[in-house]
Design a protein around this ligand. Structure first.
Ligand code: AMP
Length: 197
């Protein structure tokens, strides 16, 4: 099973990807996490990505596509993957279609998490507060100004992949305003039905 989770920042994709990893034995591939690991390691790719990430802009397609292309060949991706935060542009979606076709591993479903922007701002502020209370570092792109830019980038550059996957008849929408357990239950229902079909 190969899944894509689409949604604006803070929609709950990462949380649900963790749930799906456990339930279906899939591997979560979060391009954001992979890039943060590159930044932390001090690699050349990390250095190129950092400034764009801190500003809430997208990292160039070519870097992301190369990163994913080598990662999906690893052994832990054999049972299938959950793409979290990828693709984020139509060009990335097309590159992924080609990659999966070459591998003979088609997409199972694309899930779109729909959440109001006001709710995303509230979630961001409580995430910051939790990190501060726990004495943890706050992510450099976790502030309201950068979130506003990330939302604009999502609307302009990522949302066009919604009609792209609708045209492929792959897209299922989910109400991401529900609590975490309700979203998980709905996801499991969708995927069990898709698997059985
Ligand atoms: P995330 O953790 O998914 O919110 O990603 C954090 C940041 O990493 C984004 O704001 C982008 O700067 C960058 N990034 C993550 N995934 C991608 C992608 N698929 N394409 C371009 N940039 C990405």
């Amino acid at each position: 099973m190969n899944l894509i989770l689409i949604g604006p920042p803070g929609a709950g994709k990462g949380t649900q990807a963790k749930f799906l990893e456990t339930k279906y034995g899939l591997k979560q591939l979060s391009t954001g996490d992979m890039l943060r690991a590159e930044v932390a390691s001090g690699s050349e790719l990390g250095a190129k990505a950092k400034e764009l990430m801190d500003a809430g802009e997208l990292v160039p397609d070519e870097l992301i596509v190369d990163m994913i292309a080598s990662r999906i060949e690893a052994d832990d991706c054999k049972n299938g993957v959950i793409f979290d935060g990828f693709p984020r542009t139509v060009d990335q979606a097309q590159a992924l279609d080609t990659m999966l076709a070459d591998k003979g591993a088609p997409l199972t479903a694309v899930i779109l998490f729909e959440v109001d922007e006001d709710e995303l701002v509230n979630r961001l502020n409580s995430r910051i507060q939790q990190a501060v209370d726990a004495g943890n570092a706050v992510r450099a792109d976790d502030n309201e100004e950068t979130l506003r830019n990330r939302l604009e980038v999502y609307r302009n550059q990522t949302a066009p992949i919604i009609p792209y996957y609708e045209a492929e008849d792959m897209l299922t929408r989910i109400d991401g305003m529900q609590d975490i357990a309700a979203v998980s239950a709905q996801l499991a229902q969708i995927l069990d039905k898709t698997k059985a079909a």
